[in-house]
Design a binder for this molecule. Structure first.
Ligand code: SF4
Ligand code: F3S
Length: 265
């Protein structure tokens, strides 16, 4: 593919654990090498790039102006707003920190699309869990423009790569009420769960490890939008319920506080 036909991307990692970029690297169709060479043009990523310090910052500034209104801003992580955002900075310039809050606000206004990867970037997630001393919020709360939320803790590589592919080939995908691509989040986990027949018969697991429906063990599948039962994880081989653990609702707006405690004894 001609380089010009790739999606120009600036990727900022903010307040998170890095699980989403690790999950992204597990992409299988297409493989990571194909994504980076044929699909996206990853100009800046404080996680993946080799450049450091002023060189990296220079690239960030130049690319955001050169590709103004044409690049996709990917944000991985929540944005802490307490203390003027000083609790998370992405760089230093003249001994002054550039906060994630400042970087996301500025770049968000220059980008064609803004994609929040993972539940922290989408809704605050684990970074915003009680007591949230950093005042972390999702990207949507610091920008007054459309943010495409690709939630998950971590994100399934297909959800993220599929969203970028859609932006590149067809533009904005159909979004659900939480601004997530309906293609991946449109149905609940419960709808296609392999243990659904047990649920319908009200045949529930008595303890973790039992083969019946895990609604009795606190499964959040009925209120969680995601295609895990048929897309699956780990190169399309497994997913939480198949691995004998309840869905903990990792794509939800109120995750993790809304799912706690994860397992009901
Ligand atoms: Fe629904 Fe969870 Fe039971 Fe599956 S295990 S049928 S997702 S409640
Ligand atoms: Fe997350 Fe539930 Fe899927 S915990 S990975 S949405 S089965």
């Amino acid at each position: 593919k001609n380089k010009r036909n790739r999606l120009p991307v600036i990727w900022l990692e903010t307040n998170d654990s890095g699980d989403n970029n690790i999950s992204f690297m597990n992409t299988t169709f297409p493989y990571l090498g194909q994504v980076l060479s044929d699909m996206i043009d990853l100009h800046f990523s404080n996680t993946f790039m080799a450049a450091q310090g002023p060189d990296a910052l220079n690239i960030l500034e130049q690319v955001s102006l050169l590709y103004r209104d044409r690049f996709t801003l990917v944000v991985e992580g929540a944005i802490p707003v307490n203390n003027n955002g000083l609790l998370c900075s992405i760089a230093l310039t003249n001994n002054r920190p550039i906060t994630a809050l400042e970087a996301v606000t500025n770049l968000g206004n220059l980008a064609q699309y803004v994609v929040a990867i993972g539940t922290c970037a989408s809704f605050g997630g684990v970074s915003a869990a009680r007591p949230n001393i950093t005042g972390s919020v999702g990207v949507r709360d610091v920008l007054s423009r459309e943010v495409i939320n690709v939630s998950g803790c971590p994100v399934n590589p297909d959800w993220f790569v599929g969203t970028l592919a859609h932006l590149l080939m067809y533009g904005l995908p159909e979004l659900d009420r939480l601004n997530r691509p309906a293609l991946f989040y449109g149905y609940t986990v419960h709808r296609h769960c392999q243990r659904r027949s047990y649920f319908d018969k009200q045949d529930y697991a008595e303890k973790p490890g039992d083969i019946e429906c895990m609604f009795s063990q606190g499964c959040m599948g009925p209120v969680t939008g995601a295609d895990c039962p048929y897309r699956q994880w780990v190169n399309y081989t497994n997913w939480p319920v198949k691995a004998n653990t309840p869905c903990i609702g990792c794509t939800n707006e109120d995750f993790p506080d809304g799912s706690a405690p994860f397992f009901t004894p």
